[in-house]
Design a protein around this ligand. Structure first.
Ligand SMILES: Nc1nc2c(ncn2[C@@H]2O[C@H](COP(=O)(O)OP(=O)(O)OP(=O)(O)O)[C@@H](O)[C@H]2O)c(=O)[nH]1
Length: 357
């Protein structure tokens, strides 16, 4: 499980990169012991400065290009989130700007080295080298806006949630305090990992369990599927939509006891919205806190859910009652997909293995 932007390096501003390269060049020049007459010595030293500046800058920029994934190669889930966070067009222009700068610096390096080689005057060589510095600095300043944009983008992108896209995933929905994280903890064996998620202050909880053959992932999304979608702004809506590329099954939790602080009516309303929004997905409906809920409260919701053609599962996530049933239901609904994903993975490995032979 990895964040695709995990390896993206910090992007220095033009001035930071210029400083770094010039300092490195001075250090190299002062440690260097050239041989030969005065003219030869001067030439070697200036060449070294130019090569060092060019190498430091190009290495640094190349690393940014190499370690930043192409946006269109990302899985759909990440693409949707990236679109919420950064402007693709600006992002691509910034990357193209870096590519241009690398080529320009290389070209200037060759041009000025050649001119220094033809010179026989140490003062002129120093002047040429200073000219080279000036030209390089101006190339970098030309792309300063783009470098700054990429660094800002990096800061938000490296916080994208880390989820396993190769494991069939269940997304838990329902009002705050209905028991979403308690159910996640009861369902999954591992301690849930907290992954950050754009536009939520609390991050999403991710846990996994196995049925003996395959793995399943359960995700609790505080702040996302716990209040009416109609109240969200466009950006939040898109962050919610991204979940469609991740989850393949929704567990909706009701709290008939109303201890969560939301009346049953309101919970039904939220259910309707989420059921409509995620209509293409299978749903498991859970009635939690049956240890404290009143019989008539449970009945009202049961009837409401049955009218939708769904059979609710009564549980107490806290006491572990009914949790096994929920797990069985998840497996029943997602197993074909788990099989399919496992098959694909094996085929992929086989293909790679054959290609290596
Ligand atoms: N009596 C009872 N209380 C429960 C049960 N499940 C959860 N709770 C309690 O309900 C409260 C809320 O549970 P959480 O699991 O934090 O709820 P949540 O939906 O994850 O809440 P948010 O993270 O705010 O969205 C906690 O105090 C739990 O102890 C249950 O089955 N019975």
């Amino acid at each position: 499980m990895r964040n695709p932007f995990e390896r993206m390096p910090t992007v220095l501003t033009a001035d930071e990169l210029i400083d770094k390269a010039f300092r490195r060049a001075e250090r190299a020049a002062s440690a260097f012991k050239p041989r030969g007459d005065r003219v030869r010595k001067a030439r070697q030293r200036e060449e070294l400065r130019i090569r060092t500046v060019s190498n430091v800058i190009r290495d640094n920029l190349r690393k940014v290009l190499e370690r930043t994934p192409g946006l269109s190669t990302l899985p759909k889930f990440y693409q949707e989130l990236v679109d919420v966070l950064v402007d693709r067009d600006t992002f691509h222009k910034a990357m193209a700007g870096i590519d241009w700068a690398i080529r320009m610096v290389r070209e200037l390096e060759e041009r000025y080295i050649e001119r220094i080689r033809y010179s026989r005057d140490p003062d002129e060589m120093a002047q040429l080298r200073r000219q080279f510095y000036g030209r390089v600095a101006s190339v970098l300043r030309d792309i300063d806006d783009r470098l700054r944009y990429l660094n800002k983008a990096r800061e938000v992108l490296k916080d994208l949630p880390v989820v396993d896209l190769e494991v069939p995933t269940v997304v838990i929905a329902g009002h705050p305090n209905v028991g979403k994280s308690t159910l996640l903890k009861a369902l999954t064996t591992a301690k849930p990992e907290i992954a950050s998620y754009p536009f939520t202050t609390r991050g999403i909880n991710v846990g996994q369990f196995e049925d003996g053959y395959f793995k399943y992932q359960v995700i609790d999304t505080p702040g996302l599927l716990d209040r009416p979608i109609s109240e969200r702004n466009e950006i939040e809506k898109q962050a919610i939509l991204a979940l469609k590329h991740l989850g393949k099954l929704i567990i909706y939790i009701f709290d008939p006891s109303e201890y969560c602080g939301f009346p049953i009516e309101e919970q039904m309303h939220l259910f309707e919205e989420i059921y409509r929004e995620f209509g293409e997905f299978p749903f498991i409906v859970v009635l939690n806190k049956v240890d404290v809920a009143k019989e008539d409260q449970v009945k009202v919701i049961e009837e409401f859910v049955r009218k939708k053609g769904l059979e609710p599962i009564k549980i107490s996530a806290m006491k572990g009652i009914g949790v096994e049933k929920v797990r069985e239901e998840i497996v029943k609904k997602l197993r074909p997909m788990a099989q399919e994903l496992a098959k694909k993975k094996i085929e992929e490995e086989l293909r790679r293995y054959r290609a290596d032979l």
